[in-house]
Design a protein around this ligand. Structure first.
Ligand code: GDP
Length: 384
């Protein structure tokens, strides 16, 4: 194999040019050194070290997409936080319903998209808000539209994947769910537990303590501990950051452990610009009679860490977990359920055919063949 590479390079002039041979290399010669990517005896640069650059160029050209869901009762600051995170007012047109309207309100799904561009890198961001969740007096089943929405995105993706136009699938799967915990409670409320337990195997949940400026530091510490204890007690699996890589530099490892230590993120949002007390810089914040709280100041809240986590360091991992764990779980469950339904139907059919000399041995074959035929039928039907 090694000599094959050397031999090829030696034979083909054009390939040699494409492989960007170092000028001092003796191509195809009898060197016996072990250095270089061409294997033992070759210092030839074959060119595949540029693969990451090629992937980078292709990915940048295509752009990235990310879907973020925000869940929490009205008034907890969800839309303000989204505006603060992405520096855009996505909810200019939103009207707050009166208290009487909210009494009977059911959970809605409100989906908005924006395109962001930073240094030529394009991000198509979809924010899925859930207004009305936990607003009504009777909150029974108010989690259902949220769970159904996530299931539907998986189902749609699965159908598209099985269809004929796989190349142009639009991915609507939710990559991260920011779950807003009220700063007024003493931890998670039953409705929080109910929804999180339903969602934790379907989406990456990241717990957030809303309106952190309404709590003292001691209260905040206490609430964080209670939320973590409740998550543990109810066996709710929120998104778990991957372990730090031993290859990472000191700075990255420190940043990651800082982020890890402040989960659940205690955040403050604001649509106003105020003057920073320390630097005099104008920044997003909230003005109080006794001073100013700055959204991006790490001494005031965890907003900056949340933004680094979400946009700077863990966006790809959130997408990977969605694809490799949550979607795969859904897919496996869906296929197993369909197969067992089909097996049941075919067994009934088999019982009726027994008299016509169908043996137990070819039962599996019937399942497979009929299953395949049904799948192809569905595929053609969906493609219409
Ligand atoms: P949503 O219904 O969850 O989307 O909540 P909004 O973002 O509309 O915010 C409801 C109210 O809370 C508004 O008056 C906001 O100015 C206020 N608010 C938003 N974030 C914060 C925060 O971090 N701290 C405080 N004290 N108020 C906030």
């Amino acid at each position: 194999m090694m000599s094959g590479i050397r031999g090829n390079v030696g034979r083909s002039e054009s390939m040699r040019t494409g492989a960007s041979v170092d000028s001092h290399d003796s191509v195809g010669g009898g060197s016996t050194g072990n250095g270089g990517s061409g294997g033992p005896g070759s210092n030839v640069r074959l060119g595949f070290a540029n693969l990451p650059d090629q992937m980078h160029r292709k990915a940048v050209k295509k752009g990235f997409n990310f879907t973020l869901m925000v869940v929490g009762e009205s008034g907890l600051g969800k839309s303000t936080l989204i505006s603060s995170l992405f520096q855009q007012d996505l909810y200019k047109d939103r009207e707050l319903g009166s208290a009487t309207e909210r009494v009977n309100k059911t959970t809605e799904i409100d989906k908005r998209q924006i395109e962001l561009d930073e240094k030529g890198v394009k991000l198509r961001l979809t924010v899925v808000d859930t207004p009305g969740f936990n607003d009504a007096i009777n909150c029974q089943d108010c989690w259902r539209p949220i769970e159904d929405y996530i299931d539907n995105t998986f189902e749609q993706y699965f159908k598209d994947e099985c269809g004929l136009n796989r190349k142009n699938i639009v991915d609507h799967r939710v990559h991260c769910c920011l779950y807003f915990v009220s700063p007024c409670g003493h931890g998670l409320r039953p409705i929080d537990v109910e929804l999180m337990r339903r969602l934790h195997s379907k989406v990456n949940i990241v717990p957030i303590i809303a309106k952190a400026d309404t709590l003292t530091q001691a209260e905040l510490r206490d609430l964080k501990e209670r939320v973590l204890a409740d998550l543990d007690r109810h066996k709710i699996q929120t998104y778990r950051m991957p372990d730090t890589d031993s290859d990472d530099d000191e700075e990255t490892r420190r940043q990651e452990s800082d982020i890890r230590a402040c989960i659940p993120f205690a955040v403050i949002g604001s649509n106003c610009v105020v003057e920073s007390a320390d630097t005099g810089r104008r920044t997003r914040g909230r003005q109080y009679p006794w001073g100013v709280v700055e959204v991006e100041n790490p001494k005031h809240c965890d907003f900056a860490k949340l933004r680094i986590f979400l946009l700077g360091t863990h966006m790809q991992d959130l997408k990977d977990i969605t694809k490799e764990v949550h979607y795969e779980n859904y897919r496996a469950k869906y296929i197993t359920e369909r197969m067992s339904k089909r097996k049941g139907a075919v067994r009934d059919d088999f019982e009726t055919r027994k008299s016509k000399n169908t043996t137990e041995a070819n039962f599996e074959a019937i399942v497979d063949t009929e299953g395949l035929l049904k799948e192809k039928e569905d595929e053609l039907f969906n493609a219409k």
